[in-house]
Each structure stands twice: as structure tokens, then as C-alpha cells.
Design a protein around this ligand. Structure first.
Ligand code: NAI
Length: 254
């Protein structure tokens, strides 16, 4: 059986990923601050905003080697900026670093980022500076001392995306791939938070343009593609899963 560690399994996209993996016969060890709604192989409580909680959860995982780590958990930009940055960016790096030695060759890591992080090339210098910090605490300190323009959510997703891209070559020697998945709007409990920060009319416009928002399963299936053997040569990429929004509209082609 394939075995995966998945964060954010109590809700939304993480819950859908867990369901799809379980349906495919895999074992799913969930990490979340809330209990899962469906039965997983195991659930370990964690606060991803706190590196010592992440370390404790990793130590408590009732499994040795695994086939993959899927970082899904995240919080929207309506939460305090330091928390958003900690959970969406620093926790992804910390948890991946803590588990990478337990991922079997042929396995992979996925980081669920967002199309909100698509503009990372414009901020590469700052992103490099964050990723050059040696620890979660140093990264948090860097963020506190270097206020970024706009929403902390956007910057957190830029960092998460570039982290995935930047780790691809270093992980080659471990036989592990790493990719980011960048969803557009998804019908989950945090969609109203995005409506609050971006404007409901903006998101209603997106839905009108595409016919619907994504369902969590639309994103989960793309995640499963990334961890599966069919994606064996897909590495260090950011897969946009947004129903066409970025390609057609945000890129300015139409
Ligand atoms: P959700 O709110 O339904 O699920 C997020 C899960 O993460 C929850 O189970 C929550 O308990 C967990 N979590 C949050 N903070 C945590 C912490 N400090 N420690 C442990 N667990 C924590 O949200 P959704 O929509 O499923 O989001 C999943 C990921 O997808 C996030 O990273 C989000 O930024 C990203 N995303 C979501 C989009 C959307 O429109 N819903 C669009 C693009 C990206």
C-alpha cells in the first residue's frame, strides 16, 4: 500500500485529497489542528504555526517511511499576517524538511499553493532572502522585519511556490520529486474569506466567466496526478488548476 502524510485533512481540499487517496487503496496519515470528518489511517493534531508542534507531530506519526507528503493546510489573508506566513510558507518548508528523510525513493512532495502566488518572479529577491533563513523562527523574524506590499497571503503563496520549485534538484539525489499545485477559487469553507479580501464581485465575476468555481475534488485529482507514477518526470513545476483563469485572463491574452 502507498502511504501518505497529508496536512489540512479536516476540511476542503485536504479532506478531498484524503478521500481520493483512501479510495485508491492508500494509507493516509492526517495532520490538522482539527479532527478529521472521515476515518483516516491516523490523525495527529498539530499547530502548523508552531515549529515545536510540527516537530512533536512528526515524532508522533504512527508510521515510518512514506511515499509522499502533501502539504495542503493553509489559512486565508483575513487572518493575522504573521500567522498566514507561518502556516502557508514556513510550515511547508519545516514539515517537508522534517519528513524528507522518511519519503521512499520514487515518492514525492506536493505543495498546494495558489494562483495568488503566480507573480513570484516579481519578488524573487525577497523570496530568496526568506528561503535563505536557516529556521522557522528566523523566517518569521525576517517576515516581521521586512513588511511586504499587499496581502501576507500572496507573499506566503509566492514563497511556498518557489520553495517547491527550488527543492526539485536538491531532492533528485533522494529520488523524490516535488511540485506545487496552484488552484484558483475553490468551494471550501475559506471561500468567503477570499470574497472578503478580494471583493465578492471579483469572485462572482470569475465564477460567471468559468461557469463555476472549482470543487475540492477538482484540485485533489490534480494532486493525485502529481504524486502518481504517470507524473514520474514532472518535477519542480507549478501546476495551475484554475479552469482557465490564469491562461486566458490573468495573463492578459484575452
Ligand atoms: P479549508 O479551510 O477548508 O481547509 C484548511 C485546513 O487546514 C483545515 O482543515 C484547517 O484546520 C487546517 N489548518 C489551518 N491552519 C492550521 C494550523 N495552524 N495547523 C494545522 N492545521 C491547520 O481550506 P481549503 O480551501 O481546503 O484550503 C486548502 C489549501 O488550498 C490552502 O493552503 C489554501 O490556501 C489553498 N487554496 C485554496 C483556495 C480556495 O479558494 N479555497 C484557492 C487557492 C488555494
Amino acid at each position: 500500500d502507498r502511504t501518505y502524510v497529508v496536512t489540512g485533512t479536516a476540511s476542503g481540499i485536504g479532506q478531498a485529497v484524503a478521500r481520493r487517496l483512501l479510495a485508491a487503496g492508500a494509507q493516509v496519515h492526517g495532520l490538522d489542528r482539527k479532527p478529521p470528518t472521515a476515518e483516516l489511517t491516523s490523525h495527529t493534531e498539530v499547530d502548523l504555526a508552531d515549529p515545536s508542534s510540527i516537530d512533536a507531530a512528526v515524532a508522533a506519526l504512527p508510521v515510518g517511511d512514506v511515499d509522499g507528503l502533501i502539504n495542503v493546510a493553509g489559512i486565508p489573508g483575513t487572518a493575522p499576517g504573521d500567522q498566514v506566513f507561518a502556516v502557508n510558507a514556513l510550515a511547508v518548508r519545516h514539515l517537508t524538511g522534517a519528513l524528507v528523510g522518511r519519503i521512499r525513493r520514487g515518492g514525492s512532495v506536493v505543495v498546494v499553493s495558489s494562483i495568488a502566488g503566480a507573480m513570484w518572479p516579481a519578488r524573487l529577491e525577497q523570496i530568496r532572502a526568506v528561503l535563505a533563513t536557516a529556521s522557522f523562527a528566523d523566517g518569521a523574524r525576517w517576515f516581521a522585519e521586512n513588511p511586504q506590499e499587499g496581502n501576507a497571503y500572496t507573499f506566503s503563496k509566492e514563497v511556498a511556490t518557489v520553495y517547491a520549485l527550488s527543492m526539485a534538484v536538491p531532492l533528485v539525489e533522494h529520488g523524490i520529486r516535488i511540485n506545487a499545485v496552484m488552484p484558483g477559487p475553490v468551494e471550501t469553507p475559506i471561500l468567503p474569506d477570499f470574497e472578503a479580501s478580494m471583493g465578492k464581485d471579483v469572485l462572482d465575476g470569475v465564477r460567471a466567466l468559468l461557469g463555476r468555481h472549482a470543487q475540492p475534488e477538482d484540485i485533489a485529482d490534480a494532486v493525485l496526478l502529481c504524486v502518481g507514477d504517470d507524473a514520474r518526470w514532472v518535477n519542480g513545476t507549478a501546476l495551475v488548476v484554475d479552469g482557465g483563469l490564469t491562461g486566458g485572463v490573468l495573463s492578459g491574452v484575452v
